[in-house]
Design a protein around this ligand. Structure first.
Ligand code: NAD
Ligand code: MG
Length: 384
C-alpha cells in the first residue's frame, strides 16, 4: 500500500502527539513528512528522531541542532511552519496549532494539500467564510478533528439528503461545572487545568472552564456545516460519552458515542472514510448506568453567549471575541488576572472595538490586532 504523507502542524502539542500515536500504529499507511512546533525544540528533536520527516520547523532559532536530526530540512522563524509545509508537499495536513497563529498554515494547507484535517478551531472562527470559500475553490475537504464536529460529521453520513433541523453540541462543563459563581471568581490555574474528562493543551482547557470553547465550537459548527446560530444548541453532558448529535424534522436524533479519547476523532479524520482501530477503551453501557444532560448556565458562563451573539452579529465580531479571549486566557495562565475577570476583558473588546466587514485575510488580522490592543488596555487596568 502507498503511504499517505501527512504534515503535523503543532506536532508537540496534545493533538499533535496523539496523531503521532496513530501514525506509529500504522507505519505502512502514514509517513509524517513534516513536523512543526513553536518553541519546544527538545521535544521536536525527539519526534524528528522517531518519525524521520523530510521537513521540520521551529518558530524560534535554536542555539544549535543535534547532528542526528540534521538529515531533514529545517526551517526556523515566524514563517517556518508554512515554509516547511510547502517544502514537504504533504498530501494531508493536520492543523493542530493553537489560536489564530495557525490561520496562515490552514490557508497554506488548503492551497497545497489534498485534505485538511482541522483541529485549530480558532483558524475557522477568525478566518470564517474566507477559509470555507478557499476550501470550496480548491476543492479540498476540511475534515473536522474537534470531537463534537467529528461526531456531527459522522452522523451526517446517515443524512441521505434529508434536511437537518438542529445540531446538538455536547459540553462537559469544564473543570468548574459545579462551582458557585463566587468560588469561580478566584479559581486558580491549577483548579482550571484539572479537566474532568479530556487531557488537552492549556489554552483550550481554560476555554472549557469559561465555556468560551463551546462558543468557539458553535461558530466552528456554523462554518463547517453551514448552519445558522439559531439551529445550534449546546447541552451540558458531564460524562462526555455522547460527542454530539443531529436532529431531523421527524424528531429522530442521531448521536455519535464513545469513550472520551481524542485519538478517535483524530484517527477518523486521518483514515477517512476508513476507521482505524487503536487501543480504544470500549464503551461499557452496564458500567455507565446513566447519562446526564442540562442546559448551560449563562450566568456563571457568560462567554458562551458572547460568542453566539458575536456569530449572529457578524462583521468580524467573532474575530474580536477570539482575539480578546486569547489575550485574557494568556494573562490568566501567567497569573496576571483572576479567572473571574476573563469574561470582562472579552466583553469590553466586543463593546469597544468597531466591527467591520471582512473582505480579506488582512482585514482579519487588523481586527484581531485591534481586539488584542483593547484587551491589553483592560488587562493593564485590571492588574493595577
Ligand atoms: P497544545 O498547546 O497542546 O499544542 C499546540 C501546538 O501548537 C504545539 O505543538 C505548539 O508548539 C504549537 N504552537 C503553539 N503556538 C504556536 C505558534 N504561535 N506558531 C506555531 N506553532 C505553535 O494545544 P492542543 O490542545 O493540542 O490544541 C491544538 C488545537 O486543537 C487548538 O486549536 C485546540 O482548540 C484544538 N483542539 C484540541 C483538543 C485537545 O484535545 N487537545 C480537542 C479539540 C480541539
Ligand atoms: Mg471540542
Amino acid at each position: 500500500m502507498n503511504k499517505r504523507t501527512i504534515a503535523i502542524l503543532g506536532a508537540t502539542g496534545s493533538i499533535g502527539t496523539q496523531a503521532l500515536d496513530i501514525v506509529s500504529r500504522y507505519p505502512d499507511r502514514f509517513h509524517a513528512v513534516c513536523l512543526t512546533a513553536h518553541n519546544s525544540s527538545e521535544k521536536l528533536f525527539e519526534l524528528v528522531r522517531k518519525f524521520r520527516p523530510a521537513c521540520a520547523a521551529l518558530n524560534i532559532e535554536p542555539e544549535s541542532i543535534p547532528e542526528d536530526v540534521k538529515f531533514c530540512q529545517w526551517f526556523f522563524g515566524p514563517d517556518s511552519t508554512v515554509e516547511a509545509l510547502k517544502a514537504s508537499r504533504a498530501q494531508d495536513a493536520l492543523c493542530a496549532i493553537v489560536g489564530i497563529a495557525g490561520l496562515d498554515a490552514v490557508l497554506t494547507a488548503l492551497d497545497g494539500c489534498e485534505r485538511v484535517l482541522l483541529a485549530n478551531k480558532e483558524a475557522l472562527v477568525t478566518g470564517g467564510d474566507l477559509v470555507t470559500a478557499r476550501a470550496r475553490e480548491k476543492n479540498v475537504p476540511l475534515l473536522p478533528v474537534d470531537s463534537e464536529h467529528s461526531a456531527i460529521f459522522q452522523c451526517l453520513q446517515a443524512r441521505q439528503g434529508n434536511p437537518v433541523k438542529r445540531l446538538w453540541l455536547t459540553c462537559s462543563g469544564g473543570a468548574l461545572r459545579t462551582w458557585t459563581k463566587a468560588a469561580m471568581e478566584h479559581a486558580t490555574v491549577r483548579d482550571v487545568l484539572k479537566h474532568p474528562t479530556w487531557n488537552m493543551g492549556g489554552k483550550i482547557t481554560v476555554d472549557c472552564a469559561t465555556m468560551a470553547n463551546k462558543g468557539l465550537e458553535v461558530i466552528e459548527a456554523h462554518h463547517l456545516f453551514d448552519m445558522p446560530a439559531e439551529k445550534i444548541n449546546v447541552v451540558i453532558h458531564p460524562q462526555s460519552v455522547i460527542h454530539s448529535m443531529i436532529e431531523f424534522d421527524d424528531g429522530a436524533v442521531l448521536a455519535q458515542m464513545g469513550m472520551p479519547d481524542m485519538r478517535g476523532p483524530i484517527g477518523y479524520a486521518m483514515g477517512y472514510p476508513e476507521r482505524l482501530p487503536y487501543d480504544a477503551k470500549p464503551l461499557n453501557f452496564y458500567e455507565l448506568g446513566h447519562l446526564d444532560f442540562a442546559a448551560p448556565d449563562h450566568d456563571r458562563f457568560p462567554c458562551l453567549n458572547m460568542a453566539i451573539e458575536a456569530l449572529k452579529a457578524g462583521n468580524g465580531m467573532p474575530v474580536i471575541f477570539n482575539g480578546a479571549n486569547e489575550q485574557a486566557v494568556g494573562a490568566f495562565l501567567r497569573e496576571h488576572i483572576p479567572f473571574g475577570r476573563i469574561p470582562e476583558v472579552i466583553d469590553h473588546a466586543l463593546q469597544a472595538v468597531a466591527p467591520m466587514k471582512i473582505n480579506t485575510i488582512a482585514d482579519v488580522y487588523a481586527l484581531d490586532r485591534a481586539a488584542r490592543e483593547d484587551a491589553e488596555n483592560t488587562l493593564r487596568r485590571l492588574s493595577c
